[in-house]
Design a protein around this ligand. Structure first.
Ligand code: IPM
Ligand code: MG
Length: 370
């Protein structure tokens, strides 16, 4: 018998632990009803890890992550740790995990659920049926480029430096993920850059095009400047399907895309390493929303993004498309039934707590499995 798949759970800070609790119930449900036995381990990360051990990414957590098949992540950060040295801040844990696990491709879907189309700040007709995926490069670019730092100049003033740098290899491996994804979707990729001002972007554009011409002639590739793309995303978002872009542009534009859906609390994401035959060898899955310290501990957060992140994990890291579909269908059914946490509350709907939302997802899973 194949060894159990190893799953590491990192709840983190703020609402992380409470939304993770609901995702764990879904994991347990699958174990019980589908006989999926995962080896589930839990670790400390972010501010919680800093408080307990003095570092946001303890060696033990990193080792457990390296030894696991996939990581389900909550969220890290909060006002409590904002005054810390840069290297000790909770966010460093996330950046460290991305780098150490070589998770270079970050998939951020922006999907509008039918039941929530009116929750967007954009007109319903612009966003109804919207389904785009941003593939953000995650281990390169200005986030990691050298030189970096802040230095004191001779006249006593200071100078801060970061470097945007990309190589052929870094560009093509993330572009490949986008092209592969496009083949399973509508066959269209937009690549975003600032090739009009940045050499690193000029290279980005050339290398993405070269890969497309050499291996993905069946995929349509359009290049767009990142600033124009920001405008196009709010003007006519449905012109996009798969978007591939650099670390920094992807960070900014994925927040913009997420907001089109009107419900940050609904969006999962996947950070993936190199594919190995059947699936992605390694992945970290996390909701797009943050730690929401203002509502932490109140049983008010939306657990659906964490649950949908687990569905992505099943799909991409464990190759369990049927189970992923099942979880996603249960979430849709809960929305159709009119249940809403505060963040997606609409007139005439039923407002529920974090744990009641978890109960409802389990009930729908029971129904779907019956
Ligand atoms: C994100 C976040 C992170 C990033 C922060 C928390 C380091 O904004 O995942 O988009 O900038 O990548
Ligand atoms: Mg961000």
């Amino acid at each position: 018998m194949a060894a159990n798949r190893k799953l590491l759970i990192l709840p983190g800070d703020g609402i992380g632990p409470e939304v993770m609790r609901q995702a764990r119930r879904v994991i347990e449900w699958l174990d019980e009803h589908r006989g999926l036995s995962f080896d589930v381990d839990e670790g400390l990360v972010g501010g919680a890890a800093y408080d307990a051990t003095g570092t946001p990414l303890p060696d033990e957590t990193l080792e457990a992550a390296l030894a696991s098949d996939a990581v389900l992540f909550g969220a890290v950060g909060g006002p409590k740790w904002e005054g810390l040295d840069f290297g000790l801040r909770p966010e460093r844990a996330l950046l460290g995990l991305r780098k150490e696990l070589e998770l270079f491709a970050n998939l951020r879907p922006a999907v509008v659920f039918d039941a929530l189309a009116d929750a967007s700040t954009l007109k319903r007709e612009l966003v109804a049926g919207l389904d785009i995926v941003i593939v953000r490069e995650l281990t390169g670019g200005i986030y990691f480029g050298e030189p970096r730092g802040i230095e004191r100049l001779a006249d006593g003033s200071r100078r801060g430096v970061n470097t945007e740098v990309y190589t052929t290899h870094e560009i093509q491996r993330v572009a490949r993920v986008a092209f592969e994804l496009a083949r399973k979707r509508s066959g269209l990729v937009h690549s975003l850059d600032k090739a009009n001002v940045l050499e690193s972007s000029e290279l980005w554009r050339q290398e993405v095009q070269a890969l497309r011409d050499a291996e993905y002639a069946d995929v349509e590739l359009r290049h767009m400047y990142a600033d124009n793309a920001a405008m196009q995303l709010v003007r006519e978002p449905k012109q996009f399907d798969v978007i591939v872009t650099t670390n920094l542009f992807g960070d900014i534009l994925s927040d913009c895309a997420a907001m089109l859906t009107g419900s940050l609390g609904m969006l999962p994401s996947a950070s993936l390493g190199a594919p190995d035959g059947g699936g992605f060898s390694r992945g970290l899955y996390e909701p797009v929303h943050g730690t929401a310290p203002d509502i932490a501990g109140q049983d008010a957060a939306n657990p659906l993004a964490e649950i949908l992140s687990f569905a992505m994990l099943l799909r991409y890291s464990f190759g369990m498309a049927d189970e992923a579909d099942l979880v996603e269908r249960a979430v849709e059914a809960v929305l159709e039934a009119g249940l809403r946490t505060a963040d997606i509350m609409q007139p005439e709907m039923t407002r529920v707590s974090t744990s009641a939302m978890g109960d409802a997802v389990l009930r729908e899973l029971d129904k779907l499995a019956a």
